[in-house]
Design a protein around this ligand. Sequence first.
Ligand SMILES: [Zn+2]
Length: 292
Amino acid sequence: MSITDWFRAREDKRYTPVNGAGPKADVPEGVWTTCDSCKRIIYEGELAASMRVCPYCGHHFPVPAHERIAQLVDEGSLEEFGAGITSSDPLEFVAAKSYVQSVSSAKEKSGLEEAVVTGRATIGGHPVIVAVMDFSFVGASMGSAVGEKITRAFEIAVSERRGIVFAIASGGARMQEGMLSLMQMAKTAAAAKRYRAEGLPYIAVLTNPTTGGVTASFATLADIIFAEPGALVGFAGPRLVEQATRQKLPKDFQSAEFLLDHGLVDDVVARGGLRERVSLVLDYLMRPGGAA
Ligand SMILES: [Zn+2]
């Protein structure tokens, strides 16, 4: 390299963006999204077309409930039930804002009545009950309404001999409802047990994040547990576990991949292949077009 080339290369380098971080763009909100993982800026339309998976690094973004349903079930097959079930405010709970206010602003923002959407649908032609949780609704925490909808999902699946496919996300129990929220763990776990006694298949897809009382109840009682890449799945957060056990935790503790290596998760499946994989499992476990 000549000395002039060396100076030119040095000059070019000076203007190369560091770590591909990309320019800081002054763009209207809602049109562009910054990837939480690689920090690249993605056009919202491109993100919607890629099932909310970053086209650069494969990071899986959260998916609103109805978008998830469209990704997962046969087109137009959803027949929602329990849409009118909403939580009450038994403790008249007030923190930074009242529980009633939190729920009503969540309803307004998400267009949902609760943190889970339940319904009858078909996947690959198999009759199933689906429940899809939406993390944007009070952290998809499980209060009495979520617990009741999940329980009904199991009960209807038993009476109609349907498979179950749940796409789960949750910050845990909805502590604003106190004991009523914690009771949902026992209630949903009992419903899952009655369902499983029927020999019908229960497939859970754990998405980022699945934690707390939901992990500790129905989410991990499935026959087949899939998780999305990079999903955080655990009970308590890593810092709390570290304090309680007084041990240094392994890297990527509570990630989907770590839990696959340790046997809690059956497979890590990228969102693009999820419908096909769930459909394949239903082919194995259910009679064509009918019950197990
Ligand atoms: Zn990315």
